[in-house]
Design a binder for this molecule. Structure first.
Ligand code: MLC
Ligand code: AMP
Length: 490
């Protein structure tokens, strides 16, 4: 079996990473990344951290984050990437659940502000000259990524190196992704899109990643014209970013020029509307290729690079993925049935190894034949591509490409004294896809301010889970059983 990052074993001076952060640009070649990752792996063994142990990595937009993640992979240690903005409650949950042996950060001073007593240690800036034997991409856990469900706190999806490698290779074939490509993205490094595809994908293919610490349309466009990291540039972005790029490109020809300079523009993590597809196609004469995935399955479908973009579909299943649509009784839909809506089920080598400490939730995620139930609904199109049409549960919200469970936000709001009841929903939003709206019933006599509630959720969970709007109501609509009827909230 191949190593996950083969180029780290035969490292040369080719650029692996360019990170544009608040304090300027950092660049690492493959040789430098390999040396620093090996030094990190040596530090782990000196600290008594063994293969199979977990290490929390504050996913700061920094070259040191890549050093820690690659070094953990070399050492056979499982990485638990942490959103640097995690609030007290969600951070406590993740640390209790994952029980990492150590916490590390490229910028340990910034991480020291996190709401935990646990110390964070700095990622080494040392370099080992002796190259470290690359580990095979095997079934051992590589990553634990926390992802929200409809209720309860986020669950840790365990991903293996073999599963990640198989998915990246299939994407490599679909996108004709080579070591001449530089991926450009401004995504966070603690989710599948920015981390597994953007960072690990570049390192596995042996090309470069040009990472921007924050999304800014003009900076993204400039990076797409910058040839220093690779001969061809590929953009990975969520629909909110494409929407903002289209706005900026319509106002500024330099942004449109940047988008045209890319070899491939990719959108994923949420559906890109036909309107945004059309706007970008008009600006670039090429358009956007969509792909579809989940934390638990990695990427399932992608419009191939050699094909024209196919707005309204997420493309056919990848060649490594088995995918079926099933009706409400669980029977598979015929491939030529282009009108019946079914749930997307998935099988294949890239499926996760289960939720950490949650055998109950893991078992519930599969049907009787071992297919993973995505909860997404769609139809086949005449050419074998999948058209997604929504999700089974209204309690899973996708906002800016982040998955947020209505239940976790409701539980957080209910902690605020003065909140009697609440219901959280996702409302259509031209920018975020969905924006989180909270309906709140105050206790008699309680004075509640919208900002207090929003700041509470941002501070306890993380800012992207905060409601963008709070509507105070006298009662919540309920059915005869007493269950809140979210569809009746207006
Ligand atoms: C505002 N801020 C607050 C706040 N109000 N902070 C604390 N409390 C409050 N009440 C701050 C924010 O922290 C941030 O700070 C700034 O204000 C703006 O934050 P925002 O409004 O939340 O950002 P926004 O503009 O909405 O972000 C849009 C976005 C972001 C597109 C950049 O949503 C994003 O990065 N999305 C990517 C999600 C992603 O990667 N998903 C992949 C999941 S994997 P500051 O300092 O930053 O200005 C997956 C599988 C697959 O889905 O298929 O890929
Ligand atoms: P996450 O749990 O954050 O990995 O989010 C996975 C979910 O994102 C999927 O179940 C889909 O609902 C959604 N998603 C990802 N890619 C797309 C896409 N291209 N179009 C529509 N939805 C998508």
């Amino acid at each position: 079996m191949s190593a996950l990052f083969p180029r780290l074993a035969f490292a040369d001076d080719r650029t692996a990473l360019v990170v544009d952060g608040p304090s300027g640009r950092d660049v690492l070649s493959y040789a430098e990344l390999a040396g620093r990752a090996a030094a990190h792996a040596s530090w782990l063994s000196a600290e008594g951290v063994k293969p199979g142990d977990r290490v929390g990595v504050w996913a700061q937009p920094h070259v040191g984050t890549a050093v820690a993640l690659a070094g953990n992979a070399l050492a056979g240690v499982t990485s638990v990437p942490l959103d640097p903005r995690l609030g007290a409650k969600e951070l406590a949950h993740v640390l209790d659940d994952a029980a990492p042996a150590r916490l590390v950060a490229a910028d340990a001073t910034a991480a020291a502000g996190a709401p935990t007593e646990r110390p964070t240690e700095p990622v080494t800036t040392r370099t080992d000259t002796a190259p470290r034997e690359a580990r095979a991409a095997d079934d051992a856990p590589l990553l634990v990524l926390y992802t929200s469900g409809t209720t309860g706190a986020p669950k840790g999806a365990v991903l293996t190196a073999a599963g990640v490698g198989a998915n990246l290779d299939a994407l490599g074939r679909a996108w004709e992704w080579t070591d001449d490509d530089a991926i450009v993205h401004a995504l966070p490094l603690f989710h599948v899109h920015g981390l597994v595809l953007g960072l690990f994908g570049s390192l596995r293919i042996g090309g470069a990643l040009h990472h921007l610490a924050r999304f800014d349309a003009a900076l993204v466009a400039a990076a797409l014209e910058d040839e220093s990291a690779g001969g061809a540039r590929v953009l990975f972005a969520v629909p909110t970013m494409h929407h903002r790029l289209a706005d900026a490109a319509e106002a500024d020809p330099a942004v449109a020029r940047g988008l045209r300079a890319a070899r491939l523009l990719v959108s994923g993590s949420a559906g890109l509307s036909l309107r945004e597809h059309r706007r970008i196609a008009a600006l670039t004469e090429r358009g956007v290729h969509e792909r579809y995935g989940l934390t638990e399955t990695l990427i399932n479908c992608a419009v191939p690079a050699r094909a024209a973009p196919k707005p309204g579909t997420v493309g056919p299943p990848l060649d490594s993925v088995e995918l079926r649509l099933v009706d409400e009784g669980g029977a598979p839909l015929a491939a030529d049935d282009t009108s019946t809506l079914g749930e997307v089920l998935v099988r294949g080598p890239s499926l996760f190894a289960g939720y950490l400490n949650r055998p109950d939730a893991t078992a519930a995620a599969y049907d009787a034949e071992g297919w993973f139930r995505t909860g997404d609904l769609g139809t086949w199109d005449a050419e074998g591509a999948v058209r997604l049409a929504g999700r089974r549960s209204v309690d899973l919200i996708k906002t800016g490409g982040y998955k947020v469970g209505a239940g976790e936000v409701e539980a957080s709001l209910l902690e605020v004294p003065g909140v009697a009841e609440c219901a959280v929903v996702g409302r259509d939003d031209a920018d975020l896809g969905q924006r989180i709206v909270a309906y709140v019933v105050a206790r008699p006599g309680a004075e509640l301010a919208e900002d207090t509630l929003i700041d509470h959720v941002a501070g306890e969970l993380t800012p992207h889970k905060r409601p963008r709007e709070v509507r105070f109501v006298d009662t919540l609509p309920r059915n005869a059983m007493g269950k809140v009827q979210k569809k009746r909230l207006t």
